[in-house]
Design a protein around this ligand. Structure first.
Ligand code: MLT
Length: 262
């Protein structure tokens, strides 16, 4: 399915019946990472999952994709599809976008799920890594980014034992456009720290994190859970950064339990 928002063609998945859930993917991924969720939650939830601009089947545009501009895309997406009082679920960069969304639009939501993400901004080493990845994209292309990102995105055990999942994450990354990758890296590099804002957030929140996340350590999820007054923390053993794909049943059960609160 496709919708035009803020002059960009945005591709999205929609299926299921029940509580509205809006899933925002991480970097450099697409809506396809949420397939285990639309397959596993369709009897209890109405699942929406857009491809962010520059990723998956959505249109790509040059320039920096600030977290504010991506959060505005999410707001226009919800508005365009008349999605009312959903739970917003953001993974990693999707979490940065969800936190940014909440700064302006928290009242639109019933609840917030932040998964495999963190409140803090990039430090100097993080910013240098963004510059390096931008240079690799320009010089070597998207498949070189897949080579670098796969061991960050998946737990070592997943890469050793699940060749099918590893290959499908590679295929998802390879659909991203160079403009999308460079635009999102620039936006993440300049994003601000959300910790102080989250301390004021008056919204039911769930934090889900894998013990074997190679990209964002578990202590960042503990800090998020401490910052948000209402937050509960669900830790998934042996899961990496793509915990929703690596441990879909446990992840989906956590979402189902959260929906029951509403
Ligand atoms: C993501 O998984 O969305 C990103 O890699 C997170 C990041 O690089 O900060």
């Amino acid at each position: 399915m496709e919708i035009t928002i803020n002059d960009n063609k945005i591709s999205y998945h929609e299926s299921g019946e029940g509580f509205p859930l809006v899933f925002i993917h991480g970097f450099p991924l697409s809506k396809e990472i949420w397939q285990p969720q639309w397959e596993g939650l369709g009897t209890v939830a109405h699942v929406y999952a857009p491809d962010l601009r520059g990723f998956g089947d959505s249109q790509s545009v040059p320039g920096t994709y600030s977290m504010e501009s991506l959060a505005n895309d999410v707001a226009s997406f919800m508005d365009g599809l008349n999605i009312t009082a959903p739970i917003l679920i953001g993974l990693s960069m999707g979490g940065y976008i969800a936190m940014t969304f909440c700064r302006r639009y928290a009242r639109w939501l019933s609840g917030l799920v932040l998964t495999a993400t963190r409140a803090i901004a990039d430090n100097d080493a993080g910013k240098a890594d963004r510059d390096h990845l931008m240079a690799v994209t320009k010089e070597k292309g998207v498949s070189a980014i897949a080579d670098i990102m796969l061991p960050r995105l998946l737990a070592p055990k997943t890469i050793r034992e699940n060749a099918t999942l590893t290959q499908s994450v590679r295929s998802i990354i390879e659909k991203a456009s160079p403009d999308g990758i460079i635009g999102a890296l620039g936006g993440m590099k300049e994003r601000s720290d959300s910790t102080a804002f989250l301390q004021q957030l008056d919204l039911p929140a769930l934090i889900i994190h894998g013990t074997d996340d190679q990209l964002i350590p578990l202590k960042e999820a503990e800090a998020l859970a401490k910052a948000i007054p209402s937050a509960e923390l669900k830790v998934i053993p042996h899961a990496g950064h793509l915990l929703n794909m690596e441990e879909p049943a446990v992840f989906n059960d956590a979402i189902k339990a959260f929906i029951k609160k509403f």
